[in-house]
Design a protein around this ligand. Structure first.
Ligand code: BG6
Length: 462
């Protein structure tokens, strides 16, 4: 019997932005809360830049210490001591052999037989290098599951640019690793209120019979951001708002709002239902799409002068199944209603997590008249002492625990691309022009008109 204990977390792309802003802070928070134990965890940074262990530690310290409160310095120093750095390129045999040597030495120093320990590879890298990095990991850095060890790979979008490129990438990774070893992050699935959706839907008796086309007029999934490209223009211009946000984050939210009750809470059962609801989405009609591009977008020097990349989109999706047939989901934009006396359930993921239900009540006072009011669950007020975990923290912990519920399965990814690929190809071919709108506004007026045409009147502004 081998004791499987020692955990190595390898952050590839350790000197980059994602690692600095998301991965290392998430690891630090897990460490602070005792989820990563000094006596069995080691963290390896790997990247091309030539750095010493201390150089990397100081970079991370610089970022974390201005974020965390004083008094954390001691914990932070202990955390940084767990980090080692190995430099090498992403297709270098020598680099990955060296990385493996370092990890193995660490494992031996922890009295763990090489092969029996746990290795988590976090690819904080552009997807173009996923195949070569995965090939190197597969060849040089694997643990043997027959000895009780495991190797898990965390990757993050963009997973391709359309159905075909995503399928190619999936096939390449699929040749190297089993689906159980691949953790495709969509960080929206790690957000507190997203994780709450299934609980609210299925653990509250009064919602169960109401959650369908007979009682729900329409559902809007709205995402707004109040800043522009901010140095990411090169990336964004190639992808656009549909690939950056809608095809992944918002579609994941849609799945959780619209899916049927899973057979059990096992990750595979939940993911099966998500796939089914995506398969029920009808082809998008071009006349039910409004695209926008904010004024000044092309002033960004990394954006092409002739760019027709949308920075805004309203898309109506129709789900053709027994629960929803004939009912609409608006992705990205605006709350509307068409009936008087309706109730509205608002689930606000961010900022300021909240859930509230609008209802009609008697206006307090001597008069008998009615007003709209709210049953309000604002997390900041109700759970003042609870620190809501960062999405990445939770998802890394899930990876260590081997729970794939909040990760995107290969077939789920494929259907998500199937939904948006025809529209994206039209946009890429220049057949759909985005309409110009003012930054900070509600987007093009045409988006409101589209929803009005679909029969909704606006009740409150976002
Ligand atoms: C990322 C997108 O996936 O999500 C970014 O690439 C976007 O463009 C971000 O800003 C939004 O995430 P959050 O957690 O801030 O809503």
């Amino acid at each position: 019997e081998h004791e499987v204990k020692c955990l190595s977390i390898i952050v590839l792309g350790a000197s980059g932005d994602l690692a600095k802003k998301k991965t290392f802070p998430a690891l630090f928070h897990l460490f602070q809360q005792g989820f990563l134990q000094e006596n069995d965890v080691h963290i390896f940074g790997y990247a091309r830049t030539k750095l010493s262990d201390d150089d990397l530690r100081e970079r991370i310290r610089g970022y974390l210490s201005h974020k965390s409160s004083s008094g954390q310095t001691e914990v932070l120093s202990r955390f940084l001591q767990l980090i080692k750095y190995v430099s090498g390129s992403y297709d270098s045999e020598d680099g990955f052999q060296l990385l493996n040597k370092e990890i193995s030495e660490h494992e031996i120093s922890k009295n763990s037989q090489p092969g029996t320990s746990r290795r988590l590879f976090y690819l904080a890298l552009p997807p173009s290098v996923y195949p070569s990095v995965c090939r190197m990991i597969r060849r040089y850095c694997m643990n043997q599951s027959d000895l009780g060890g495991w190797t898990r790979i965390v990757v993050e979008k963009p997973f391709g640019k359309d159905l075909k490129s995503a399928e190619d990438l999936s096939a390449q990774l699929g040749e190297l690793f089993d689906e159980q070893q691949l953790y495709r992050i969509d960080h929206y699935l790690g957000k507190e209120l997203v994780q709450n959706l299934l609980v609210v839907r299925f653990a509250n008796r009064f919602f169960l019979p109401l959650w369908n086309r007979d009682n729900i007029d329409n559902i809007q999934i709205v995402f707004r951001e109040d800043f522009g490209t901010e140095g990411r223009g090169g990336y964004f211009d190639e992808y656009g708002i549909i690939r950056d946000i809608i095809q992944n984050h918002l579609l994941q939210v849609l799945c959780l709002v619209a899916m049927e009750k899973p057979v059990s809470l096992k990750p595979e059962h939940i993911r099966d239902e998500k796939v089914k609801v995506l398969q029920s989405v009808l082809p998008i009609k071009l006349e039910e799409v409004v695209l926008g591009q904010y004024e000044g977008y092309k002033d960004d020097s990394t954006v092409s002068d002739s760019s027709n990349t949308p920075t805004f989109a309203t898309v109506i999706l129709r789900i053709d199944n027994e629960r929803w047939e004939g009912h609409n989901f608006h992705l990205l934009d605006l709350s509307m209603c068409k009936k008087q006396g309706r109730n509205e359930l608002v689930i606000r993921l961010q900022p300021s997590e909240a859930m509230y239900m609008k209802l009609t009540v008697k206006k307090p006072g001597l008069e008998m008249s009615t007003i709209q009011s709210e049953l309000d669950l604002s997390y900041g007020l109700r759970y003042q002492d609870v620190k809501i975990p960062e999405a990445y923290e939770r998802l890394i912990l899930d990876t260590i625990r081997g729970d794939q519920q909040h990760f995107v399965r290969r077939d789920e990814l494929r259907v998500a691309w199937e939904i948006f690929t025809p529209l994206l190809h039209r946009i890429d071919a220049g057949q759909l022009e985005p309409i110009s709108y003012k930054p900070g506004s509600r987007g093009p007026a045409e988006a409101d008109e589209l929803l009005a045409k679909a029969g909704y009147v606006q009740t409150h502004g976002y």
